[in-house]
Design a protein around this ligand. Structure first.
Ligand SMILES: [Zn+2]
Ligand SMILES: [Zn+2]
Length: 182
């Protein structure tokens, strides 16, 4: 848990505006709880929808949360928590818009999150290779968005073919490979 805690502690949550309209300070506790480091000592799900991400935009804390999610993958968090962080990371890398206030400051939050996620590419490869459950598919789908080396991704698709979900195996969830509807 030390990497998640370090990364959470490093972020300036108090100076960040949360999607809920208040300070992002509550995210420090939420993320710790998600990782299983809170007072419960076991991972407990907290939805960060409308705080960090939404169907339409990402909010100011999104890049900081991306860093925390990557730290969690590098850390020894429980399998359930890994899936939650992968799920969270996926919402962040597929984000399409930036909240109005951040956009006015010239920030492109989805782009920032994707740039950060690229630094964690080997963590995602490791998730695909080692986690044969639901998490492998999410990690693979994140890679389809952030991995610049498509030949390497294709290689992974072949190696992990026996345990990847059908959509990942066939390329249905990969924008690069999807055949447009006619
Ligand atoms: Zn909030
Ligand atoms: Zn898929």
């Amino acid at each position: 848990m030390r990497l998640v805690e370090m990364e959470i502690a490093r972020q300036d949550w108090a100076a960040t505006l949360c999607g809920c309209g208040g300070s992002a300070e509550h995210l420090a506790g939420d993320l710790l709880q998600l990782a299983g480091g809170g007072s419960l000592h076991e991972p407990c799900h907290v939805s960060l929808e409308d705080h960090v991400w939404s169907a339409v935009v990402l909010w100011e804390p999104a890049p900081a949360v991306t860093s925390v999610a990557l730290a969690a993958l590098a850390d020894d968090v429980a399998p359930t928590a890994r899936e939650w962080f992968l799920d969270l990371l996926q919402h962040l890398v597929v984000g399409e818009g930036t909240d109005g206030e951040s956009a006015r400051r010239g920030l492109d939050l989805p782009e920032l999150c994707r740039d950060l996620a690229v630094h964690g590419i080997w963590l995602l490869y490791e998730e695909v290779m080692s986690n044969q459950s639901f998490g492998a598919g999410i990690a693979f789908e994140i890679l389809t968005v952030v991995e610049p080396d498509r030949a390497r991704l294709q290689r992974l698709r072949e190696i992990a073919a026996t345990w990847l979900p059908v959509c990942c195996r066939t390329g249905l969830c990969d924008d690069d490979l999807r055949v447009p509807d006619r």
